[in-house]
Design a protein around this ligand. Structure first.
Ligand SMILES: [Zn+2]
Length: 321
């Protein structure tokens, strides 16, 4: 396997949007508590040897099986879940796990790292993802206690496994004759958001910035306008299959839908703040009705609270650095 790192220019900024309509919202449950219907975990071979694992309640993964070994994208929310992912991979191959990519530093995407470390994988992530894994570990552990408790998972089993390799703008991995490009186009949901691009297969794993039909947590983004622009740029890529960190397999239309949803959320929130509404006023009186059927909508009061923090202080609620 080979790895080389090259420079990549940053994207242009842009923001469009329309106004949201004000309506009342239901109370959201505590963070980490799962209230969604039970959709079974599904594994799909989206290109020869490239598998996508969709888990509606939690987080998604992908893995590429080659003659030389396996590359895994993200490691789930707890080592127990990572063991299940490894068992799934073993249904398809007994080749060694060579690489793990951590797309972003949210616990539901890297808390299973220790299992793949044991398997001898080399870990790679963006420099800012590596920084956030350290800086936000306590925040990430705290906001997942409800999940651990609900599943009776021992939080002490989660160990911080840092990347062995970091990159700044682009890294290319070749494994078993396959090419995997790790792209950084500036922050989307998070500083360090990594896109894992399979150019020949016309597939991209989008980690934090895109999840099909799913409200993302906006408490980490340093730039909503960059996030929206990033989604529009991803939608314009030479890609047919979009694999989100959450939600099912998407297409270009799904990516553009999220761009519009975030743009509408941003515009609606800015309008409410400009009118002098308090955070509580907005939670009680503003809702984004057009998007009420999107996954995670029940957490809207948390999203409004964190984005209100951003708009009134100029800093993300979960800022990095
Ligand atoms: Zn996530």
């Amino acid at each position: 396997m080979k790895l080389h790192v090259v420079a990549l220019c940053t994207i242009a900024l842009g923001l469009g949007g329309s106004m949201a309509s004000p309506l009342a919202l239901a109370q959201a449950p505590a963070d980490g508590v799962i209230l969604e219907k039970n959709i079974p975990i599904k594994v799909t071979e989206v290109a020869p040897g490239l598998f996508f694992q969709y888990h509606h309640q939690e987080s998604n993964n992908a893995f590429l099986v080659t003659d030389e070994g396996v590359l895994v994208i993200d490691t789930r929310q707890h080592p127990r879940r990572a063991e299940e992912l490894l068992a799934t991979i073993r249904k398809y191959t007994d080749k060694p796990i060579k690489w793990v990519v951590n797309t972003h530093a949210h616990g539901d995407h890297y808390f299973g790292n220790i299992v793949f470390k044991r398997e001898g994988a080399t870990f790679i992530a963006h420099r800012d993802t590596a920084g956030m894994m350290k800086a936000h570990l306590d925040v990430e552990m705290k906001r997942r206690q409800g999940y651990f408790k609900q599943r009776q998972y021992d939080p002490a089993e989660v160990k911080l496994v840092m990347p062995d390799v970091t990159f700044d703008s682009k890294a290319t991995i070749t494994l078993g004759g396959r090419t995997i490009e790790l792209l950084y186009m500036g922050p989307g949901q998070n500083p360090g958001d990594t896109l894992v691009y399979f150019p020949k297969e016309r597939v991209i794993f989008t980690g934090g910035p895109f999840s099909k039909n799913s409200w993302p947590n906006p408490s980490f983004t340093p730039s909503m306008s960059n996030w929206v622009a990033l989604l529009r740029k991803i939608a314009a890529m030479d890609v047919d299959t979009y694999l989100g960190g959450h939600g099912d397999i998407g297409n270009k239309e799904d990516v553009l839908h999220e761009a519009q949803m975030l743009s509408d959320f941003d515009a609606g929130m800015r309008e409410a703040v400009a009118k002098g509404m308090s955070k509580d006023d907005i939670v009680k009186n503003v809702k984004f009705e057009k998007y009420k059927d999107v996954r995670n909508y029940y957490r809207m009061n948390l999203f409004i609270g964190s984005y209100y923090h951003f708009l009134t202080t100029g800093r993300p609620q979960n800022a990095y650095p």
